[in-house]
Design a protein. Structure first.
Length: 216
């Protein structure tokens, strides 16, 4: 299946210590999924509700692991209430980025998937099957992924560390773009509240970075 997202230039390569050819290091962007504003079953499209009690509790529990990310040189968040609140509670003092907003879901905004499927089953099937479709009258999935990818690619070109708190859907879109995966891969990525993912590279040349545990 051919991917319909813009094709970035080839990754800059260097010779690793094992002799393998790997992508050269550059920017380090850690994405933090915002804490929840509802149970997973009650998640609503393009949700703008603040953190609920469980969300606040989970932020407190996750804080010891996430606070060190506040040392990043650049700290951002999506403009949603729960993304702002999560970043503020973690001490990041983040700058809101309009480009990191959730996908525009048109007339489905504020509804759950179950509610929409009951009202417009054929439209939901079309939306899930075609990344170019927007039966809700909002933003196609392909355009959403490209918008998040453009945000990644317009970060400062110099080596730097970045942390950004955003909706789980934004984190999913960033992963699909960075890995140059087919848009349908978006539906196979599960991003839990307060989970993190780190992308390393340069504009147009990203790879997924998985941390190893510290050895004692």
């Amino acid at each position: 299946m051919t991917r319909d997202l813009p094709v970035p230039p080839p990754r800059p390569l260097t010779r690793g210590p094992t002799g393998l050819t790997i992508a050269a290091m550059g920017l380090r962007v850690t994405l933090v999924a915002a804490a929840r504003s509802s149970s997973l079953l009650a998640e609503r499209f393009d949700d703008d509700r603040p953190l609920d009690e469980a969300g606040w509790y989970e932020v407190q529990q996750a804080a010891p692991a996430l606070l060190p990310l506040g040392a990043a040189e650049l700290r951002y968040c999506a403009p949603t209430p729960r993304s702002r609140a999560t970043g503020t509670a973690l001490g990041y003092a983040p700058l809101a980025q309009p480009a990191l907003r959730d996908c525009d879901m048109g007339r489905w905004r504020g509804l759950t998937l179950a509610e929409v499927a009951a009202l417009e089953p054929a439209a939901v099937d079309a939306w899930l099957a075609d990344a170019r479709s927007a039966p809700h009258g909002g933003e196609p999935l392909l355009a959403f992924i490209s918008r998040i990818g453009n945000w990644l690619d317009t970060r400062p070109a110099d080596d730097a560390t970045v942390v950004a708190v955003a909706e789980p859907s934004v984190v999913r879109a960033a992963l699909v773009y960075a890995l140059r995966a087919a848009p349908a891969t978006y539906w196979s990525v599960d991003v839990r509240p307060l989970s993190t993912v780190t992308l390393v590279g340069r504009p147009g040349a990203w790879h997924l970075h998985l941390e190893a545990p510290a050895l004692r």
